[in-house]
Write a protein that binds this ligand. Structure first.
Ligand SMILES: Nc1ncnc2c1ncn2[C@@H]1O[C@H](COP(=O)(O)OP(=O)(O)OP(=O)(O)O)[C@@H](O)[C@H]1O
Length: 205
């Protein structure tokens, strides 16, 4: 569950979010739509604790996992190591079960054959899918994704959306994605529109 209450945010003197209320329940995939500059990335960063709001409250069950725009892969690790390193960052040891799960997720995002490549040897779309796989691998109860399908063609974009949807529906994660991409909106449970820092419409698809 992710709850944002009366969130405002200003960069210097310029307020870009003007009191946003948004709840994403566990088991729900919600799309945040809005034109460039409307505040989507800012809202996601606040939801994920990367940025403090100027005012308002953020409440999440557990630590959110992020799929970042452009990705944040470690260049000297392979694709599969980029997943497994999340366990190390979380202070755990890598087990055989972790390796099996990483392999399964990479198969699901169609990267099974590329597991031992380094990020520099991937296309933009393959990097994007690696970032999605990383976030899925964390098993976090709240998943935030900034433009997760932006570098992908229609079919790959849908495949990524289907994975995010499955994470919500089968694993009970609360999943919030910021997107310009209206091609896969039939897969989301709910659409929220933001324009000029305020939510315009929240409702069923
Ligand atoms: N670090 C910053 N300092 C000052 N202004 C910023 C900063 N980051 C973003 N902004 C401004 O805040 C507003 C919202 O930006 P944000 O990146 O949240 O929008 P967005 O909806 O995610 O846009 P896009 O779809 O283009 O990624 C924009 O007007 C942007 O110029």
């Amino acid at each position: 569950m992710l709850t944002l209450t009366a969130i405002t945010h200003a960069y210097g003197d310029v307020e870009v979010l003007h009191g946003v209320d948004l709840t994403v329940s566990g088991g729900e995939l919600v799309a945040l739509l809005g034109p460039s500059g409307s505040g989507k990335t800012t809202l996601l960063a606040i939801a994920g604790g990367l940025l403090s709001p100027t005012s308002g409250e953020v409440s999440t069950t557990g630590r959110p996992a992020f799929v970042l725009q452009g990705g944040a892969l470690i260049p000297y690790l392979t694709v599969v190591e980029n997943l497994l390193v999340r366990r190390v960052v979380a202070g755990a040891r890598i087990t055989a079960a972790d390796k099996a799960r990483a392999a399964e997720i990479l198969e699901a995002v169609d990267l099974g054959k590329l597991a031992n490549r380094h990020p520099a040897q991937l296309s933009g779309g393959e990097k994007q899918r690696t970032c999605v796989a990383q976030a899925l691998f964390t098993g976090a109860p709240v998943l935030l994704a900034d433009e997760p399908t932006s570098a992908l063609d229609r079919d790959r974009g849908r495949a990524v959306m289907e994975l995010l949807r499955r994470q919500a529906h089968e694993e009970g994660a609360a999943v919030l994605i910021a997107t310009h991409d209206e091609r896969s909106l039939d897969l989301v449970d709910r659409v929220t529109r933001i324009d000029d820092g305020a939510l315009l419409m929240v409702g069923a698809r």
